[in-house]
Design a binder for this molecule. Structure first.
Ligand code: CA
Length: 243
C-alpha cells in the first residue's frame, strides 16, 4: 500500500522512503498518514513476510518494525532482514524490557521506540537514523596501522584479512576508529552505538569489547589496538605508534 510514490532517482534521492511494518490497522493508518503529511513517501505492510518482501523490492531508506507481528517473532524478522539489507531499522515495541531492547540493538536494529509513541517522536527518530546513515556514507575509509574500516561497505580489514564482525561489533569498531587516539567512555559508547541511556546495560559494552578484541587477535592484558583506560573508557590506537 504505497501512499506517496516517487518516480525517477532524483525524487527518490530527496524524499525519504519509509516502510512501516505493523499489524495494528489503527496504528498503521495513523503513522502512514502522519509521515506522509510530513513529506515522507510511506508504504506499509501488516505481516512480517510481506514487510520483508517490500523491504527488498522497494528498498526504503528506513524500516519501522513492530515486534509483535502475527506471523513471525520480531527478532527473527530482524535477523532475516539483516541477512538481505543494511537499511536502518527502528524497532517499535510494546515491551519496555531493556535487556530485550539491547539484544535487538546488538542484532542490528538502529534505534527503538516504546509504544505508545506519537508520529512526531517517530519522525525525530527517522531523521536521526537517516542523518547517521548519510554521515556513514560520506565517511571515507579509516586506516589505522594495519586496520582499515569502511563505514560505507561496513567492512573492516586487519592485515589484509576481512574481519567477521556482527553489526554491533562493526559499529563499535567504527565509532572507536573514527575517534582513534581519544579515550571514549562507556557511557558515550552506550548512547552513541547502542542508543540506550547509561544504566543496567553497561555490561553489554564490556562483552562486545571482549568479542572485538578476540576478533582483532588481542586481549585486554596484551592490547594492540584497543587499550582500556582504567576508570575512564577505551581508546583505539595505532600499535605502531604507541610506545
Ligand atoms: Ca503488533
Amino acid at each position: 500500500m504505497r501512499q506517496a510514490c516517487g518516480t525517477g532517482t532524483s525524487y527518490r534521492a530527496h524524499v525519504p522512503q519509509v516502510l512501516i511494518v505493523e499489524d495494528d490497522p489503527q496504528i498503521r493508518t495513523s503513522l502512514v498518514r502522519a509521515l506522509s503529511e510530513q513529506g515522507h513517501a510511506v508504504s506499509s505492510a501488516h505481516t512480517a513476510m510481506t514487510g520483508l518482501r517490500q523491504a527488498v523490492e522497494e528498498r526504503p531508506h528506513v524500516v519501522v518494525l513492530d515486534l509483535g507481528l502475527p506471523d513471525l517473532d520480531g527478532r527473527e524478522v530482524l535477523r532475516m532482514l539483516r541477512a538481505v539489507s543494511r537499511v536502518p531499522v527502528i524497532i517499535a515495541t510494546a515491551r519496555d524490557d531493556e535487556q530485550e531492547i539491547v539484544r535487538l540493538l546488538d542484532a542490528g536494529a538502529d534505534d527503538y521506540l516504546i509504544k505508545p509513541f506519537g508520529a512526531a517522536q517517530l519522525e525525530a527518530r527517522i531523521r536521526a537514523v537517516l542523518r547517521r546513515a548519510t554521515e556513514r556514507e560520506a565517511t571515507p575509509v579509516i586506516t589505522i596501522g594495519e586496520l582499515s574500516v569502511s563505514p560505507r561497505a561496513r567492512e573492516a580489514v586487519l592485515g589484509g584479512v576481512m574481519l567477521d564482525l556482527s553489526p554491533k561489533e562493526f559499529d563499535l569498531l567504527y565509532h572507536l576508529a573514527a575517534r582513534h587516539g581519544e579515550v571514549v567512555t562507556k557511557r558515550d559508547l552506550l548512547t552513541e552505538v547502542w542508543r540506550v541511556p547509561y544504566g543496567g546495560a553497561d555490561k553489554t559494552v564490556d562483552v562486545h569489547l571482549s568479542w572485538l578484541r578476540r576478533k582483532l587477535g588481542e586481549t585486554a592484558q596484551r592490547p594492540r589496538y584497543l587499550h582500556t583506560v582504567r576508570g575512564v573508557g577505551v581508546k583505539l590506537v595505532d600499535p605502531g605508534e604507541s610506545g
